[in-house]
Design a protein around this ligand. Structure first.
Ligand code: C5P
Length: 417
């Protein structure tokens, strides 16, 4: 279960929960319980298909408020009109967000109370998708998701879905995020307060993070030390600033930040392919610790110790340099390409040299001689082409992410004026 760390003063106080029709609707009840426990005021809209899975009575009992089901109920409309209801909320949460609800949200179809509310609201929307894995991976569903994510107002963010075994017996992405994870996304959401404060709205940001893993055989491999924390913090900060974020991640033990699309890879070749597939992008922040080499011919069976034969010889070949490839991309070079340089000495000289050799615009340099890997604190220096290096004080990786994203927003604003 995800730990729920509430910010000191959550910005979201009133949640309108839309419960769609899927087996995951039962988890919506637990979500309501957790939201109420966290002190949030909750009203619920139950779609017609949602009512096939949970009863209005259970939702009413848990929310402590009448449940709305019908757009044309004169009784409900007299108590609180649907427009008023849609404006009442600081945040609309759709859980489970079914393929059908997603399609309505993307097209603006308004044929029931839930979908009408979605186009009448001035509040941001948090989607917790839940559906069969094949439905989730269908290009129509992914296109609808990309459409809503590209909206600048109201802003759509997404939590989950998780990978795992589904109620239908299949395995893969599509399980609704756990109620605790959805609650965490609500408590850290800016709500309406974040509206208009999204300087990167409409931009697509590409982030790489974590290590790569280059197999030697099915059980062994070459890898780099990287927790992925800095890259994940940057991806989250970019999403909060309104960007659509694609995070291409090597193997790490971190949850996907809210509002971020994660593509999981293992090797440098896969990372490069995923980066290429995500283009075009307006900006790229490549934090991944990519292995410089891979084993020329990875064995497809475990290499066994042979008595008297000594260790095997591994022949290494060079991996693609993703930062260099992106910085010199013939068709889709992002307008701003940012690399990282983890050095164990001579940071200034090496980072400046890297700006040249890689062809990127900025380098975030950090000295990793002392305990940066996996730590929450770091000390970095920002190197920008043609500018004097900017040393930042030691701080958390989250604060570095926020400051970097602020610098990016200032850069784009200057470019636009
Ligand atoms: O050359 P070095 O590994 O020090 O460069 C670090 C920067 O280059 C980081 O931004 C890293 O993500 C990127 N890089 C890459 N592909 C490689 C090696 C490094 O994208 N094969």
């Amino acid at each position: 279960m995800t730990a729920v760390e509430a910010p000191h003063t959550p910005r979201v106080r009133r949640v309108l929960l839309i419960v769609g029709g899927g087996i995951a609707a039962y988890k919506a009840l637990e979500l309501v319980r957790l939201m109420r426990k966290a002190g949030l005021e909750v009203k619920a809209v139950l779609t017609r298909s949602g009512a096939e899975f949970v009863t209005p009575l259970s939702l009413a009992a848990l929310t402590g408020s009448a449940v709305r089901q019908d757009l044309f109920s004169s009784e409900d409309e007299t108590a609180m009109g649907h427009i008023e209801l849609s404006r009442w909320a600081d945040l609309i949460v759709v859980a489970p967000a079914t393929a059908g609800l997603l399609a309505k949200a993307a097209t603006g179809a308004a044929d029931d109370l839930a979908s009408t509310t979605l186009i009448a609201t001035d509040a941001p929307v948090l989607l917790a998708p839940a559906m069969n894995v094949r439905m989730w991976l269908h290009p129509a569903v992914q296109a609808n998701l990309a459409t809503v994510r590209a909206f600048s107002e109201p802003r759509y963010t997404v939590v989950g879905p998780d990978d795992g075994e589904m109620a239908c017996g299949e395995y893969g992405p599509g399980r609704m995020a756990e109620p605790a994870a959805i609650l965490a996304a609500i408590l850290t959401h800016d709500g309406k307060a974040g509206s208009g404060d999204r300087p990167l709205a409409g931009r697509h940001a590409l982030v790489t993070a974590g290590p790569t893993f280059e197999p030697i055989d099915p059980v062994r491999g070459l890898t780099n030390r990287s927790s992925g924390k800095q890259g994940y913090a940057i991806a989250g900060a970019l999403a909060r600033a309104g960007a659509r974020v694609t995070l291409v991640s090597g193997p790490v033990g971190l949850g996907t930040p809210t509002g971020v699309d994660r593509v999981s890879v293992e090797t440098a070749d896969q990372m490069l392919a995923a980066v290429e597939a995500a283009l075009p992008a307006d900006l790229a922040v490549l934090t991944a610790a990519v292995s410089d080499w891979r084993v020329a011919d990875a064995a497809d069976r475990k290499i066994k110790k042979q008595p008297g034969e000594g260790p095997p010889t591994l022949t290494l070949v060079e991996n693609p340099d993703i930062l260099k490839a992106l910085s010199r991309h013939p068709d889709h070079r992002p307008a701003l390409v940012i690399g990282f340089a983890a050095e164990t000495g001579e940071l200034e000289r090496r980072a400046a040299a890297k700006l040249e050799t890689k062809g990127c615009d900025w380098i975030v340099g950090n000295d990793v001689s002392e305990g940066v890997f996996g730590a929450d604190e770091t000390r970095v220096m920002l190197f920008r082409k043609g500018q004097t290096p900017d040393p930042w004080p030691e701080t958390t990786k989250t604060a570095v992410a926020d400051r970097l994203v602020h610098a990016v927003a200032v850069h784009f604003k200057k470019e636009a004026s």
